[in-house]
Design a binder for this molecule. Structure first.
Ligand code: BGC
Length: 416
């Protein structure tokens, strides 16, 4: 009797200590496409292996605009999730609000400064201390092509914008869609920034989207880029308006379309569909951008909580995210490369290997650039102003490129 009481006591204590470590960790994200869902599922599995409960807070919508709207209303109503997918300069905006948990003790204990490239770690800090943890590095300036479509059309994969329109004409003439596109503001902006980079180069890109220099935003160079951007619309199909990005990628996968301008989360879709790079599809730098790299770093922040269990859950989540095992499996599924330095790349495909090599190469050449379309180069209000102007121009047949460039300057100024 005495013994069994003791056993009971011990197991109760054990039970309690397990319970004390288990937290229900609600995580907001927008990873709902096939490849994205497979990737985030790995985080859930690993967090649950540490004894926590994953509460999924998925808000559909590529690029995350809807997710950010929902997040704001949850925070304003005093009920933030435990963690959320937030990236780029927005981390600073949330830091200003004073609602983020400080992860600096964990970061020091685990040596994050040594584990991450500076361009990544800088983005994760607010006032010099870590408040976010990175999952990956995506490259945005890719063009995804279907080799069979090119062969049928007798077209060659373009490396310049002149070649691009020659190839697009051939694919169109052969009765297929040249460009798979989803007409949503963030997808328009993804194509737009790639065109700006490919036609005007890294220095101009920097002046326009980082410095927000009015003379660059409204310039003959920008007007030329706007014209190329608008011309691409003529090579998309009637179903393009409003289409989700992953459905556009499916058009490349199914051989309905020849090319898509999209970051390498598109590769997550090819991978989920069992397709092989170099055989079923190609990843090439968008025309004119071989020596440039627009980056997009996904990361998570934690919201400040008092509850010790939740704090433990947050630390375990952050620690899991930076673990080599997670960085590898997540990025194999997601199409991106690990944010963490010096991880073996042997399991990764050629697209990822090129991305990893070019990340280092372009950093040295000063052509590693933050993606405007993916919230890496400006605060969200400025990004929104650029999106509105670009999308309005893209969808109109009466607004001239000259008028759009003039509007870009005004819209950006008003957003400051
Ligand atoms: C995110 C990616 C995501 C893509 C489409 C981007 O802004 O960084 O992780 O896959 O949007 O949803």
């Amino acid at each position: 009797m005495k013994i069994s009481k003791m056993v009971l006591g011990v197991s109760l204590a054990l039970g309690l200590s397990v319970a004390a470590q288990a937290a229900e960790v609600e995580v907001l994200h927008w990873w709902t496409s096939g490849g994205e869902a497979k990737s985030i599922a790995e985080l859930k599995t690993m967090l649950e292996a540490k004894g926590h409960v994953w509460k999924d807070f998925a808000v559909a919508g590529g690029g995350g605009e809807s997710a950010m709207t929902v997040l704001k209303s949850r925070v304003v109503s005093g009920n933030p999730p435990v963690a959320a997918q937030i990236k780029g300069p927005s981390i600073q905006e949330w830091g200003e609000e004073g609602v983020l948990a400080n992860l600096d003790d964990l970061a020091k204990a685990e040596g994050w400064d040594e584990l991450l490239p500076t361009v990544v770690s800088n983005t994760m800090k607010y006032k010099g201390e870590y408040v976010a943890v990175p999952v990956n590095v995506h490259r945005v300036n890719w063009m995804w092509t279907n080799p069979e479509v090119f062969e049928k059309a007798g077209a060659t994969v373009p490396t310049t914008w002149d070649e691009f329109f020659i190839a697009a004409d051939k694919i169109k003439a052969a009765g297929m869609t040249a460009v798979a596109h989803g007409g949503q503001p963030w997808q328009d902006a993804t194509t737009f920034e790639t065109v700006v980079l490919g036609t005007a180069g890294a220095e101009f890109y920097n002046k326009a989207f980082i410095d927000l220099d009015p003379k660059s935003l409204n310039s003959p160079t920008m007007i030329k880029a706007l014209k190329v951007f608008h011309k691409i619309k003529g090579y998309t199909d009637a179903g393009s308006p409003g289409r989700d990005w992953n459905l556009a990628t499916a058009m490349i996968i199914n051989g309905e379309a020849g090319m898509q301008f999209m970051g390498d989360w598109a590769k997550g879709e090819f991978t989920a569909a069992g397709k092989m790079p170099g055989k079923d599809y190609l990843c090439v730098a968008a025309p004119g951008t071989t020596n440039d790299y627009t980056f997009n770093i996904d990361s998570f922040v934690m919201f400040e909580v008092d509850d010790k269990e939740l704090q433990k859950g947050q630390n375990d989540l952050a620690s899991t995210i930076l673990s080599p095992a997670f960085q590898e499996i997540f990025n194999l599924n997601k199409g991106s490369i690990p944010a963490r330095l010096n991880l073996p790349m042997d399991k990764f495909d050629d697209c990822a290997k090129i991305s990893a090599k070019d990340f280092v190469r372009t950093a040295k050449a000063n052509t590693l650039l933050p993606s405007m379309a993916h919230g890496m180069s400006t605060f969200s209000s400025t990004q929104g102003a650029i999106f509105d102007t670009i999308t309005e121009f893209y969808n109109s047949d009466s607004i001239t490129a000259e008028a759009a460039a003039a509007k870009l300057v005004k819209a950006v100024a008003a957003a400051q």
